[in-house]
Design a protein around this ligand. Sequence first.
Ligand code: PEP
Ligand code: MN
Length: 337
Amino acid sequence: MLIVLHPDVTPQAQAAIEGRVRELGFTPHAISGAGRTAIGITGNKGPIDPGHFRELPGVADCIPVTAPYKLVSREVKHDDTVVDVSGVPIGGPEVVVMAGPCAVENEQQILTAARGVAASGASLLRGGAFKPRTSPYDFQGLKQKGLDLLSKARSETGLKIVTEVKDTETLPAVVESADLLQIGARNMQNFSLLEAVGDVRKPVLLKRGMSSTIKELLMAAEYIVARGNYQVMLCERGIRTYETMTRNTLDINAVPVLKALTHLPVLVDPSHGIGLRKHVAAIARAGVAAGADGLIIEVHGDPEHALTDGAQSITPQQFRDMMKAIKRIAAAVDREV
Ligand code: PEP
Ligand code: MN
């Protein structure tokens, strides 16, 4: 249930309403929108009798919430959530671009990529330090050294840092260095990790599992938000289908569907979505046209020799051309880049 408050509700009256929610054994979540403040309720198994709240001072309305992903649903919060990543707003009028290599490999590699993408208008630098790899024999990332190199690239370029959190053990180290915590596709339903990032007060980029439904993605986001971390954005990164010509199939449908169901920002990852360097720009354009709030793109100074995901990494020059095209698409859908 959602308790909509009067616009002129006093802090005391709001505290009393939240107290009543707790007395019933549930958890109140204050949700501020442009036009109204409301209190979402979680922890209830079935419908709640609105009679518990109707007569309390400051209560304007009690609305049942039908979606199982309550706090992330548009039913509970109509206005778009704008996530602040160390001063970069995501989910507002601007389409935000995050770019950089799949993995941090060495100082020269990350700095070259960072300078290149910054010069072309990226706002965040991506780069994995803790890499979840299919084979235990493949490059697993530079770990703490990778985080240090990302921090160095941030100091030099001003780009904010997005990097993957692979497990709860290394979460504190990543929290220390990153501006945005990435939960990868393979961890989308790692519920302990979702709870752990839910307890952190740092923004989270939650990627869709490669065989997860849109509803499962929203329920995973709910795990994070239910713990009090409301700074969450979602990312469509391609799903597994019977198609073998491409690495994954970017589910472009997910963009407008998610935008309708949730107030959280929605990003597109065309690199993992298609897996083929020469087509990344086309899928990036499609993502922006479909209404994505941002893109995350793999860029490498020497993709042929990349230690991870070289086949889908574009060069800084290709990235610059892609950005020019993205600007035109964004203008056509009344957005900016
Ligand atoms: C990545 O961003 O490099 C990555 C591992 O992505 P995903 O979790 O979507 O596979
Ligand atoms: Mn990758």
